[in-house]
Write a protein that binds this ligand. Structure first.
Ligand SMILES: [Zn+2]
Ligand SMILES: [Zn+2]
Length: 398
C-alpha cells in the first residue's frame, strides 16, 4: 500500500471509534476550561494510538499535548483540537467533531511517520469560546509550544458548502472597573462617589466613539456589577467588554481610545477607573493562501468541492493566535447541507447527526493528506512558510 492509501485506509478503519468519541463528547458538553471529560477521552485515545501524551499544559488543566516523533528528521506538524461547549447550549459550535477530527487526522498520519520522517502532534486547546480563564491558544503561543512547529492544521464544522480558511477578527476581552465611595443616597449623597456613574459614562462614551470607527470594529459589553442597593451610592461597578477589530494594530488603536474614555469618566466622577484584560487577547487570523490551496488540492483528490469563504461579518477564534506565528489552516467542513446559524440548537443537532458525523473521517483524511504533502514536498512547505511570513508582515501595513 502506498503512503496515501495507508493514511486514507487508517482514517476510514478508525472513523467509527472517533465518531463515537464525538458523540460521547456531544452528550457530555463542558464549558471552556472545564472540559475534563473531553480532555480525558481524547488524550486517552491518543495514548492508545501510541502518542506521548501530557495533560494539564500551558496553564490550562484541560489542555493536552500528544506527540509522535519519527526516528527520521522532518517537519513538526500540529493538529489543533477544540472540544469546549457553549454555556446553556451545549455543542452548538460542533467542537465535539473538531476535536475528534483532529485526533484522527494525527493518528492517520502517524501510520506513515516512521517512513517519511518528522513529528506529528495534537495540541488539545480548551476554552476557544472564552469564559473563565479564557482561550488557551494564546497560552500555548506564550509558553513556547509553537517555537519548533512548522505548520498547524485544523478544520471547523460548518454548514452549506465546504469552505477554505476564513479571516477572524482580533478581540480583546477586558474588565472595566470603577471604585468610588459609598454613602447614603438620600441622607448624604454629597459624601458619595458614584462608581456606577463612571461606568455608565464609559458605556455612553463608547457609544459616542462608534460613529468614528471603521466598519470592522466591534465593541460590545455588559454590566456585571452596578451596585448593591438603590439607597447606597455604588462604591464599586464593573463591566465586561469585548473590543474587536480586523487586525492587531487597529485593535490596539481602538483599545487606547476606550482606555481614554475610562480615564475621562473617572475624571468626571472622581471615581477611580481601570480597564484591563481578563484573559488572552485573541488575534486575527493570518491567511496563507498557498497552504489553503494545498488543502483544496487534497479535497479535490478526495472528490470534495471546497469554496472560497464568503465576505461578511466575522467572528473571532484563537486559532488566529496560532496563525500569527506559524502557517495555519482552518477550513470549514460541512455538517449540514442547509446553511445553519452558528451557536444554535440547529447546529447542535447537526453536530451529532449522521450527516454531521461524516465530518470526522473527512477532516481526518483531508488534513492528514495535507500534512503528508508538507512532509513529502519540502519546496511546498518552504513556499508556504515564506508566504506566511509575508502575510504576517502585510497585516501591519493596513
Ligand atoms: Zn463558537
Ligand atoms: Zn467554534
Amino acid at each position: 500500500m502506498g503512503l496515501r492509501e495507508t493514511v486514507i485506509s487508517y482514517a476510514e478503519k478508525q472513523a467509527a471509534v472517533y465518531q463515537q468519541i464525538a458523540l460521547d463528547i456531544h452528550a457530555h458538553p463542558e464549558v471552556s476550561n472545564y472540559e475534563f471529560f473531553a480532555c480525558k477521552t481524547l488524550s486517552d485515545q491518543m495514548v492508545r494510538e501510541g502518542f506521548q501524551v501530557q495533560v494539564d499544559v500551558a496553564g490550562h488543566r484541560t489542555a493536552f499535548t500528544a506527540a509522535y516523533r519519527s526516528a527520521k528528521p522532518g517537519p513538526v506538524l500540529v493538529y489543533l483540537a477544540e472540544y469546549d461547549a457553549l454555556a446553556g447550549l451545549g455543542h452548538g459550535c460542533g467542537h465535539n467533531l473538531f476535536g475528534a477530527g483532529s485526533c484522527l487526522a494525527a493518528s492517520a498520519l502517524k501510520q506513515v511517520m516512521d517512513e517519511v520522517g518528522g513529528e506529528v502532534r495534537v495540541y488539545g486547546t480548551p476554552g476557544e469560546e472564552g469564559g473563565e480563564n479564557g482561550s488557551s491558544k494564546g497560552s500555548f503561543v506564550r509558553e513556547g509550544f509553537l517555537k519548533d512547529v512548522d505548520a498547524a492544521l485544523c478544520a471547523h464544522p460548518g454548514s452549506g458548502p465546504h469552505t477554505l480558511s476564513d479571516t477572524c477578527i482580533a478581540c480583546a476581552p477586558v474588565d472595566i472597573e470603577f471604585w468610588g465611595r459609598a454613602a447614603h443616597a438620600a441622607g448624604a449623597p454629597e459624601k458619595g462617589i458614584n462608581a456606577l456613574d463612571g461606568l455608565i459614562l464609559t458605556y455612553n462614551g463608547i457609544n459616542a466613539l462608534r460613529q468614528h470607527l471603521t466598519s470592522d470594529v466591534r465593541i460590545h459589553g455588559i454590566i456585571v456589577n452596578g451596585g448593591d442597593a438603590p439607597n447606597t451610592v455604588p462604591e464599586y461597578a464593573k463591566a465586561k467588554f469585548y473590543i474587536r477589530a480586523a487586525t492587531a494594530p487597529r485593535l490596539e488603536e481602538v483599545y487606547q481610545k476606550v482606555e481614554r474614555i475610562v480615564q475621562g469618566a473617572a475624571l468626571m466622577t472622581g471615581a477611580k477607573g481601570r480597564m484591563q484584560p481578563y484573559q488572552n487577547r485573541v488575534e486575527n487570523m493570518v491567511l496563507t493562501r498557498s497552504f489553503d490551496a494545498l488543502f483544496a488540492r487534497e479535497m479535490a483528490a478526495l472528490g470534495e468541492a471546497v469554496e472560497e469563504p464568503k465576505p461578511g461579518p466575522k467572528g473571532s477564534s484563537d486559532v488566529g493566535n496560532i496563525s500569527q506565528v506559524v502557517p495555519t489552516i482552518q477550513p470549514n467542513l460541512s455538517i449540514s447541507p442547509e446553511k445553519l446559524a452558528g451557536h444554535s440548537e440547529d447546529f447542535k443537532a447537526a453536530a451529532c447527526s449522521a450527516y454531521g458525523l461524516r465530518f470526522v473521517p473527512l477532516a481526518a483524511k483531508s488534513l492528514a493528506l495535507t500534512g503528508l504533502d508538507l512532509i513529502l514536498e519540502p519546496d511546498t512547505l518552504a513556499r508556504i512558510k515564506a508566504d506566511h511570513k509575508a502575510a504576517v508582515a502585510a497585516q501591519n501595513d493596513e
